[in-house]
Each structure stands twice: as C-alpha cells, then as structure tokens.
Design a protein around this ligand. Structure first.
Ligand SMILES: *Cc1c(COP(=O)(O)O)cnc(C)c1O
Length: 481
C-alpha cells in the first residue's frame, strides 16, 4: 500500500457527479413520496441481501447509490408520506437535506473547544429559551430526543436534591428513599429514566387523571403528603404537555404551585406538545410552562427537523453543569487557543463527542421562521378536530377521547358487538390500512378499549387525507363484520 494513502476520492470530478446524482435521487424521492404506499413490508430478498458477510473489500459509489435508491428508499417507515398518522413521528422536510450535507462536511465535534459549531448550538438553545419564556439563567443541550432529554433533566433534579454526595456515593448516600410523580398517562421514557438512574420504576408514582386525561392536582398533593408522612423524600413532579395517548396537557400552573409549595423540581415532558407555544391560538393551553425547572421536547416531531433532534432546557444552567461536569487534565480549559471556549457542552450531559445536530435545527428555524412552523402546528390541530367531527357524524364510528390537540382516538363500532370483538376488528382495520399502504395510524388502549389512534404531526397531511382515512375505516369495518 502507498505510504501516503488517504480515503479521499481518486477522482474528485467523478465523485462530484455521483454526489450530485445522489442528491437528485433524494429530492425526487421526497417530491413523489405521496405516490407510493405509506408503508410496504421490506421484501424477503432485500432483507436477505442485508445479511451478507463482512465487506472486507469495498464497492464503488455508483453501485452503492443505485442499491440505496432501488432497495432502501421505498421501504422507509412512511413518516414522509401525507397519510402517516402513527405514534408521534415528525415528517421531516426536503429543505433539511441541505444542513445535513453541510453538517457532514464540517464533521464537527461539539463536546467542547472553541469553534463555530458550538456558537450555533448556543444560539439554538437561546432561541428555545426565549420561545418558552425561561429566564436568562437557563441553559440546555441538544440531544437525540426527549428520552435522553428526560434522563438528563431527571439526573439534574436528582443531584439538585442529593448534591455532590449523591454524585460520589450514589443512592447509598441518601438516608431516605426518593420518589417522583407523573400522571398515569405519562410517557414510558420517564419510568425508564427512573430505572436507569437506579431509583427504580416504583419510585415514580402514577397520579390519576381527570375525564380529560389531565393529572389531578388534588390527587398529586395527597400522594406527596402521604409519602412525606411515611418518611419518603419526594424530589420531583413531572408534568406532561401533550400526552402520547390523547394529547392532553396537565394543569401546569397548578402543578407549579404544588412544586413550589413542597420545594420539588418541576420537569415538563413536552416532547411534541410544548411546541404548540409557537401558535398564538394554542399558546394559552401551555400557560405555566415557563415555570418549569426543566423541559424536554423534540425538534424531530412537530418542528419536522429530520431525525434525530431533541432538547433539554434547564431553568438554571448551573444545576445541569453540577450534575454532569467532569474536566480531567486532558479536557482542561484554556483562555486562548482551541481549548478555550465556553461552555463545553460535555459538561451538560453524558456524552463527550457530540455531532452537529444544532445546524439542522438552526436551519429549520431560520429558514421557515417560527410563525410558519406554528401555523403548521395549528393546522394539524384543526385537522384532528376535522376528523373528530367526522367521527361524531358517523353512526358507525365512535370517539374514544376528547381531541385536545392533534390526536383523535376512535373506533369502528356499528353496535351489537362485544368489546373483545370490537378490539379485534379495530386492530385488524389498522393492520389492513398499513398493509394496503392507504394510511398508517397506530393503536392504543383508551379506558381498556382498543382505539384507532390518529396523531397528526405531519405538514404534508391535507384535510382530504383524513376523509379518505375515515371512508376506508368504514369500508374495512363493514367488510370485517
Ligand atoms: C415521543 C415522546 C417521548 C419520547 O421522545 P423521543 O424523542 O422518542 O425519545 C416522550 N414523551 C412524549 C409525550 C412523546 O410523545
């Protein structure tokens, strides 16, 4: 081998042409995505081709690109299609291809040091701080998503309660067991954080919800008082702003008041719902969010930044630093040169090497502007209402929960069928919608009943797509009865 070999292309002109073709293919894919089925199962031969042995010798770019365009692009999850309504997936944007290219070109590591990329992340954090009305003591971190943001926020809350002793000695340093509170409708990533932090999932107390699926503040306060009486130490309340099942928003002001009264950390899980503050008509629903000690939310859901991108914001950035900071000799600070720069983001979370996710977030916000993103969010909520109205108007359809935001849960119910049969029929309707590629809602259980759950965090969805969905559910349901 040549002693001066590198991985650079042999012929830059050739490479340029192939890269331009790849970009063209990616743009065409998105331009015509709506003409393909929402979802298609990956064919067996393509699955098998990905079970090949180790690539000891390389392949040329032209054939790899061809393979991706033919065998990979058509089999995405479907969230780039106008009728993807499952779980909570953002739909991404074609414009987002551009920052991803530049991100790869800069190949920046945002663990620390003095370079431009960190300034972009600082800007994005500060923009979000302003969006949510947090004070200028606040800081945060761009992360992979709300699961990671939640873990960082809850570790910060835990260390705020247990101090450096807890960091040195672990939970053994605590004289009394620690507990936190979230609504029974809270996302599973919260219990998972309790598990990862060594608190155990049972240390997260599920608080009952009202008829609108919002945490009941009276039940919360009763639980806190009960735990205190039993010698247990409450340390945090986790409010949900946009629950995953139905999009409900906990009464944030009431929870903030209870948190203040009992000196507890208030964390808000606003994975998708928090960004409704970008819409003036929706903003009042989130009143009180500015009182959070920490907030977790995603850019890859309702801001349609391409996966993956989320954020944790902490009211007092120093609390977050105290929970994570480690600066060994080889990561020492300097006043000048490359080792200068402040903050070093590695002091605010578990990761040292960190990619430049901030660029695609910055680009999305700067290109579309917050007003336009907020208008898309409001449109999705109107679309969920449109579907709810249609459901209410059809005798064979039954709404299963109020539409608080962008989620409508309903089922096919022509009357005269028992619950077991209804669950089976509605489960089958959803699978057939997915397998025929017409639409992709998901399912959940509402009060024990299987619901067709339609979540709209999709800027490509048109009102007519929801009529098509309702028509197809009716047709499939009638066929199955
Ligand atoms: C999606 C979601 C999460 C988890 O976020 P990820 O970005 O998938 O890690 C947490 N809470 C709620 C309410 C969610 O919708």
């Amino acid at each position: 081998m040549d002693r001066n070999s590198t991985l650079e292309p042999e012929d830059w002109q050739d490479f340029r042409k192939l890269a331009h073709d790849a970009l063209d293919n990616a743009i065409s894919h998105l331009e015509t995505r709506g003409n393909l089925p929402v979802w298609q199962r990956v064919p067996d031969d393509i699955r098998a081709s990905l079970g090949a042995e180790l690539p000891i010798m390389g392949s040329d770019i032209a054939s790899l690109n061809q393979r991706i365009v033919r065998d990979f692009l058509p089999y995405d999850i479907g969230n780039t299609h106008p009728r993807f309504f499952g779980w909570v997936h953002g739909s991404g944007t074609v414009q987002g291809l551009i920052p991803d290219i530049f991100t790869a070109a800069m190949n920046a590591n945002l663990g620390g040091r003095d370079h431009l990329a960190n300034e972009v992340e600082k800007q994005v954090i500060d923009w979000c701080r302003c969006v949510f009305g947090l004070p200028d003591t606040a800081g945060g971190l761009v992360v992979s998503g709300t699961s990671m943001a939640t873990l960082i926020a809850l570790k910060t809350a835990l260390n705020k309660c247990g101090g450096t002793e807890l960091r040195d000695q672990g939970l053994a340093a605590m004289e009394k067991p620690l507990v936190g509170y979230a609504s029974a409708e809270a996302h599973s990533c919260i219990a998972r954080s309790f598990d990862i932090l060594g608190l155990g999932k049972n240390a997260l107390r599920p608080i009952p919800v009202d008829a609108d699926f919002r945490m009941d503040p009276k039940a919360l306060e009763a639980a806190i008082i009960g735990d205190l009486a039993n010698g247990i130490t409450p340390f945090c309340i986790i409010a949900t702003a946009g629950s995953v099942n139905v999009g409900s928003i906990d009464p944030l002001n009431a929870l903030a008041e209870i948190a203040e009264k009992h000196c507890l950390w208030l964390h808000v899980d606003g994975a998708f719902g928090a960004l409704a503050v970008l819409s003036n008509p929706l903003k009042p629903l989130l009143a009180g969010i500015e009182k959070a000690d920490s907030l977790a939310f995603d850019f890859h859901k309702w801001m349609h930044v391409n996966y993956d991108a989320g954020m944790v914001l902490v009211r007092n950035a120093e609390d977050q630093r105290q929970a994570f900071s480690e600066r060994p000799d080889y990561l020492g600070a300097a006043n000048r040169g490359l080792a200068a720069g402040n903050p070093w983001f590695c002091e605010y979370g578990p990761e040292l090497s960190r990619g430049f996710r901030a660029l695609k977030i910055w680009y999305q916000m700067a290109h579309f502007g917050l007003e336009r993103i907020g208008a898309q969010i409001a449109q999705n909520c109107l679309q969920a209402q449109h579907l709810a109205t249609r459901v209410a108007a059809e005798i064979e359809l039954e709404g299963l929960a109020p539409t608080a935001l962008n989620i409508t849960c309903f089922r096919f119910n022509p009357g005269g069928l028992d619950e077991t049969r209804l669950d089976r029929i509605n489960g089958e309707i959803v699978i057939r919608l997915q397998e025929t590629g017409v639409a992709a809602p998901s399912t959940t259980k509402i009060d024990g009943r299987l619901a067709i759950r339609v979540n709209i965090t999709n800027h490509r969805t048109q009102f007519a797509d929801l009529d098509l969905l309702a028509d197809t559910v009716l047709a499939l349901g009638r066929e199955l009865v």
